[in-house]
Design a protein. Structure first.
Length: 105
């Protein structure tokens, strides 16, 4: 039985210099809460950079959000809970990188 492909939404954050650890934790908590609030999210995982290669370009946080379809992703982006998360994030955000792809095995 073959597994159906899913849409991965990959988000990397670089925070402004001097962002307090407390603010970073608040952002992490707010993003981690989204799967409980938005049922379009099939799977969620995240972590912080631990690479020894020194190629992170200042990005410290990586989040993977999985959707069943482009329609689900498209409904997630303007969702009020996602928008509220953005309001918590944006004052501290230096740079964001987003890549969406269909999972292949």
């Amino acid at each position: 039985m073959s597994e159906q492909s899913v849409l991965r939404h990959v988000v990397l954050f670089q925070f402004k210099e001097g962002t307090p650890d407390e603010s970073v934790r608040e952002i992490e908590d707010a993003f981690r809460a989204l799967p409980r609030k938005i049922d379009l999210i099939q799977h969620f995982e995240w972590g912080t950079d631990v690479s020894v290669e020194g190629l992170s370009e200042g990005f410290t946080h990586c989040f993977f959000v999985t959707f069943a379809s482009e329609a689900d992703r498209d409904a997630y982006l303007p969702h009020p809970d996602h928008t509220a998360f953005g309001a918590v994030l944006h004052p501290h955000l230096q740079k964001v990188l987003v890549v969406d792809y269909w999972q292949k095995t």
